[in-house]
Design a protein around this ligand. Structure first.
Ligand SMILES: NC(=O)c1ccc[n+]([C@@H]2O[C@H](COP(=O)([O-])OP(=O)(O)OC[C@H]3O[C@@H](n4cnc5c(N)ncnc54)[C@H](O)[C@@H]3O)[C@@H](O)[C@H]2O)c1
Length: 329
């Protein structure tokens, strides 16, 4: 946990995960600055106790001014486009925003007070892996999105040597759910994210679930993923700042619950909550891998971490609860 007064810049802090990280960190003594271009996020998600600056991470000059003026020592970098399906269609857009954007942000750190850099990477960089995957597994990105996350990891590692800051790369598995505060959650109509889509479907007269791909080499032929509650992800950032402050070495951690659920299993859990649900089976989506779930023993060992929200039903309920609120905002 943090016991120093860090000055933290969160890129993408108006987005889904960024707003949860901000909500957690404003409870510490740290000063929080959020930078977001609001292309995908929302002003409604921006924590009022933070200092929000509308800017794009590609704007090195502006980012550098912010880092210097606000005496930022820690960057939590979440700003990126984050859809596998979209990345397959718009490769250039993803490259410019995710890879070049990260590079421009890193360039803004030159000769500043930046000591810590935390990056939101993704389990997608591993590709398809049978059994729990640990951080030592050689990355094998299968989608363009995964490629951009992997490229960005390497940029961060190189720049950290050049500019002498320490980094933590967090490889999130599938992040889902919403804060207990009821104030923030996932916005929009992202039907490419299973739990978010189920929450949307819950409020339709007749719920429809499209399962993409039934012939993967998994127990029931549908994709297997490891779903982690966004509040546990937010806590992890808090812990990592404390870790970096204590001068531990740079590191890469998986963030997952070490349990894989198939899309069909989760759809069946949902069907028990909403009886009039139709499950349709369709073709595979480009870029999707059959299975990936975490070996998180490294994080557990170093931080003595015990997840607080590792219950798939609770994750689903919290998403539905937020969706209800969102429909009334
Ligand atoms: N949601 C998941 O399951 C998941 C899993 C693994 C990794 N991640 C990573 O976590 C991060 C956050 O994901 P999220 O789900 O909160 O997505 P999100 O789209 O809700 O949030 C991303 C935020 O970044 C902002 N942004 C994007 N490009 C920007 C730019 N060039 N300049 C400034 N702001 C910009 C958007 O406006 C948005 O507010 C991403 O880096 C994503 O790749 C997410």
């Amino acid at each position: 946990m943090i016991n120093k007064v860090n000055k933290i810049l969160i890129t993408g802090g108006a987005g889904y995960i960024g707003s949860h990280v901000a909500e957690k960190l404003v409870k510490t003594k740290c000063k929080i600055v959020i930078v977001d271009n609001l292309q995908r996020g929302s002003r409604k998600l921006i924590n009022k106790k933070t200092n929000f600056i509308k800017a794009d991470i590609n704007n090195t000059k502006k980012l550098r001014q912010i880092i210097l003026k606000k005496k930022i020592d820690t960057i939590i970098h979440l700003a990126s486009f984050a859809s596998v399906a979209e990345s397959q269609k718009f490769k250039k857009r993803y490259y410019l925003n995710n890879v070049i954007g990260t590079q421009k942000l890193l360039q803004a750190c030159k000769n500043t007070n930046i000591k810590n850099f935390i990056y939101s990477s993704s389990c997608s960089i591993y590709g398809n892996v049978k059994g729990k995957v640990s951080e030592t597994k050689k990355p094998n990105p299968k989608s363009y999105y995964a490629f951009t996350k992997y490229k960005s990891e390497n940029l961060i590692k190189n720049f950290s040597k050049k500019y002498k800051f320490k980094y933590v790369i967090l490889r999130y598995f599938n992040v889902a759910g919403a804060s207990n505060s009821g104030k923030i959650g996932e916005i929009g109509n992202r039907n490419d994210r299973l739990i978010k889509n189920l929450a949307i479907q819950f409020f339709k007269r007749m719920a429809k679930i499209n399962i993409h791909g039934t012939n993967y080499k998994t127990k029931d032929g549908t994709c297997i993923r490891d779903y982690i509650h966004v509040s546990d992800i937010a806590d992890i950032h808090n812990m990592c700042i404390g870790y970096l402050n204590k001068n531990f070495k740079s590191n890469t951690f998986n963030c997952g619950y070490e349990k894989g659920y198939s899309v069909l299993e989760i759809s069946n859990i949902f069907k028990k909550l909403k009886k009039n649900t139709i499950i349709k089976f369709g073709k595979r989506r480009p870029g999707d891998v059959g299975q990936v779930f975490a070996n998180s023993s490294k994080f557990k060992k170093i931080f003595k971490w015990k997840p607080k929200y590792n219950d798939i039903k609770k994750i689903l309920y919290s998403s539905i609860k937020w969706e209800k609120k969102l429909n009334h905002l």
